[in-house]
Design a protein around this ligand. Sequence first.
Ligand code: NAI
Length: 268
Amino acid sequence: MQETSNMDWLGLTGCVCVVTGAASGIGRETADMFARAGARVAYLDLNAKAAMKNAAALAKEDGQTIGLGFDAGRPESIEAAAGAIQTQLGPVDILVNNAGILRPGDLAHVALEDWEMMMRVNVTGYMLCAQQFGRAMLARGQGALVHVASIAASQPQAFSGAYSAGKAAVAMLSRQLAFEWGPKGVRSNCVSPGMIRTPLSEAFYQAPGILEKRASIVPARRVGMPQDIAEAVLFLASPRAAYITGQEIVVDGGFSQALMGFAPRPGY
Ligand code: NAI
């Protein structure tokens, strides 16, 4: 199939979009794709310098992109970012909760500090951002939230401390928001990536043969790219998904459906 750069069909022109974790990986690609679709985009990240640099790279002459430093785990920081976005871009239409961290650890020994930090950024941060940016959406009776969860929300990701438990919480948070805010015109959905090559996961791919081994167990026979996730996020955020809420789109090349492939089956 042909690649196309025509994204007019999404109807995102002029929408004000906030993407958290937009300094890197999936968040950056998503923010860039919103900007290319004609949206006005706020790139938020703990890494303010990279967020601003990324935003500047996609800025048009009328200033459609801004980059801001913020900490998804701190309410006062989210509030400050929301104020700056309201002033510089106007009322927010779309929030993409994406900023996340991974602190490996087995459950027998995981440090409380690591557990709490992951829950704070990956779960509480999503709730706080939904609350802060969602309030204005509720007041206007329109808006869309997209949360980047993970296939780890439904498949236990071992030796990753609070990661799986936190992603499962995100999936439920999204559904709860969909139920509570649906009658007020605000939708909430999840995109759950499988194995995606980004700075978060890059260390794995430095080991010889890992890329090929991982690709070989995915039905699509490749590891995913940030663009694969961004495409699904943009669709769910857009008016094209106006009647979709409380749902999850798994973007994993079929990986989470491959379980039966591990059972030896002579002749196949
Ligand atoms: P990444 O590490 O490339 O980007 C994450 C960004 O979040 C970074 O720019 C980082 O500075 C920012 N961030 C971290 N803590 C923050 C905080 N407290 N406040 C503000 N920003 C903060 O990671 P990647 O891979 O792009 O991950 C994005 C999301 O996708 C995460 O929620 C992750 O759990 C999820 N995901 C990633 C997968 C993968 O294979 N890479 C698979 C499944 C889910």
